[in-house]
Design a protein around this ligand. Structure first.
Ligand code: PEP
Length: 253
């Protein structure tokens, strides 16, 4: 059995005070079950502060992005080694907002994935189609392109230390959620793609669903056989909302 992972992507939200209140609230209400892991991904400036606060807790810490380069003349970038140095465990790579707004190609995402792994960070690799691509029945082709770019460069063995997230772009921040069946269809496809290269890794890798996950829809999604938790944006910014999702997972273990 795979553990559930409930991950919060705070995006460009927060302040010292708001983060302290949010993490206090999460820590006070986390499910007791060891089968439900929780992760928060705050903006860069707050990571070091939160790394200290969360170090002795079961709430994991990750970043939302990372440079593919180790060091040097890359103004404004943050290296994988720096994230590791300050105590991050995870990093999101390939979020659709970065693919769309920052022009991150699947090849760049693959470089970031490998750079993260090289220092011992666990990448959370996001893949997902736009509404236009879904309506053109290109969902699987898009997922294959995004996934194969990383599988071909990094090799399937590297996925033993990674997490995947299926995030249909049309469901992110829109209030629209993929139905459990729609999400499961894509999760099954993703796991099969990994399985065709390595059965053991396919069986063990966590594949999260992301796209307007809330307390009310989480259990329906998480009962699906290939959905191992959620990558949560909006609902990760309030402790009670985020905890409701984690407790939905805990009710299933
Ligand atoms: C996300 O940003 O990864 C996300 C899934 O956002 P939301 O939950 O707000 O749709």
């Amino acid at each position: 059995m795979r553990d559930f992972l409930v991950a919060g992507n705070w995006k460009m939200n927060g302040s010292l005070q708001a983060n302290a209140e949010l993490t206090d609230g999460i820590l006070a209400g986390m499910p007791a079950s060891d089968s439900v892991q929780m992760l928060v991904c705050p903006p860069y400036p707050y990571l070091a502060d939160l790394a200290g606060k969360l170090a002795a807790t079961k709430l994991s810490l990750g970043a939302q992005n990372v440079s593919q380069n180790e060091a040097g003349a890359y103004t404004g970038e943050v290296s994988p080694g720096m994230l590791k140095d300050i105590g991050c465990e995870y990093v999101i790579v390939g979020h659709s907002e970065r693919r769309a707004m920052m022009g991150e190609s699947s090849d760049i995402v693959a470089e970031k994935f490998m750079a993260a792994l090289a220092v011992g960070l666990k990448p959370v690799l996001c893949v997902g189609e736009t509404l236009e691509e879904r309506e053109a029945e290109r969902t699987e082709a898009v997922i294959d392109e995004q996934l194969n770019a990383v599988l071909d460069s990094a090799g399937v063995d590297s996925f033993a230390s990674a997490v995947l997230a299926y995030e249909p772009v049309w469901a992110i921040g829109t209030g629209l959620t993929a139905s459990p069946e729609q999400a499961q269809d894509v999760h099954r496809h993703i796991r099969a793609a990994i399985d065709s290269r390595n059965e053991d890794i396919a069986a063990s890798i966590q594949i999260l669903y992301g796209g307007s996950v809330k307390g009310e829809n989480a259990a329906g999604l998480f009962t699906m056989p290939d959905i191992d938790g959620g990558l949560v944006g909006g609902a990760s910014l309030k402790a009670d909302d985020f905890l409701a999702i984690a407790h939905a997972a805990a009710s299933l273990v």
